[in-house]
Design a protein around this ligand. Structure first.
Ligand SMILES: C[S@@+](CC[C@H](N)C(=O)[O-])C[C@H]1O[C@@H](n2cnc3c(N)ncnc32)[C@H](O)[C@@H]1O
Length: 268
């Protein structure tokens, strides 16, 4: 994978730092020094790329740029409570569980779960997304509100299938595994592609980055592995989506746009 990384002269050191890290994770970076990184520049360079500035590493495409902005989540975190959040009931966050989030993405769900008490191991296999997450995690350590929360988040660069298989081999168990794989927005009954009225900018860029080899990995194979490692597996799905791995859940929590499907292991 070769990816352009745009930067202005004063951010050369930071750009080289990301180049080195990404190289170690298998991504070739083509460093491109530019005069300015402004809205006009991004409109004129719509191809998928990275950029580095004083706020860290960004993914950019189609005139937009994004990073997993954990600081922007602070107002939402401050409003959240164990009572008000469906995810808290689904994952029993009040019991401060050991939890693996096996599909990290931007880490927003994990940030909320850690805020509400979980000890989270966050797994992400995509090298660029992992590097963006690591940057968000490092920046959060400097923030007075977030620093306490991110003490409870550990990031691991790994394919979750490999990680969960290793857990099975070593008889390692956790309380909860949380899965939120990508979903191609198919209607559950008619199997047609639905128009997304309001896909957030971050998710649009995520979708551009992730289906690298054509077919999107829908994560079906993660469910049976997760069930061998946790007493409780929670799967986040769009409200009308088909069940992960076509497995009927033991319980569901339904929201307006999404739902949580729960799979319980009684015999662990
Ligand atoms: C829909 S996003 C998750 C969004 C996340 N819940 C959040 O709050 O930002 C799915 C993520 O899971 C990752 N993923 C999918 N399958 C994976 C696997 N087998 N191992 C590790 N990461 C995986 C993808 O790379 C993607 O970043």
């Amino acid at each position: 994978m070769v990816m352009p990384l745009f930067f202005i002269a004063s951010d050369l050191k930071s750009a080289q730092h990301y180049q080195q890290i990404l190289l170690e994770r298998g991504v070739d970076i083509n460093l491109c020094e530019v005069e300015q990184l402004n809205a006009r520049f991004f409109r004129q360079h719509p191809e998928l790329a990275l950029c580095a500035d004083e706020q860290g590493l960004w993914l950019c495409a189609n005139g937009m740029k994004m990073q997993p902005d954990w600081k922007a989540e602070v107002p939402r975190l401050k409003r959240a409570s164990l009572k008000s959040e469906m995810i808290a009931r689904a994952c029993q966050l009040g019991e401060a569980p050991q939890l693996i989030d096996a599909t990290a993405g931007l880490g927003h769900d994990s940030l909320l779960m850690a805020h509400l008490g979980a000890h989270v191991t966050l797994l992400e296999r995509h090298p660029i997304l992992f590097t963006l997450l690591e940057d968000a995690h490092n920046q959060a350590k400097q923030d007075p509100f977030l620093s306490k929360i991110v003490e409870r988040i550990q990031l691991i660069f790994s394919d979750s299938s490999d990680y969960l298989q290793a857990c099975i081999q070593h008889h390692q168990q956790v309380n909860v595994i949380y899965l939120d794989p990508m979903f191609p927005q198919r209607d559950q009954h008619q199997n047609t592609i639905k128009k997304q009225a309001q896909v957030k900018k971050q998710m649009q860029l995520l979708h551009l980055l992730l289906p690298e080899h054509g077919e999107m990995d829908l994560g079906d194979s993660l469910l049976p592995l997760a069930q061998q490692v946790a007493q409780r597996v929670i799967v986040k799905r769009p409200r009308h989506a088909v069940f992960l791995n076509q497995q009927t859940p033991d319980h569901q929590w339904l929201g307006d746009a999404c739902r949580f499907d729960a799979y319980f292991q009684l015999s662990m």
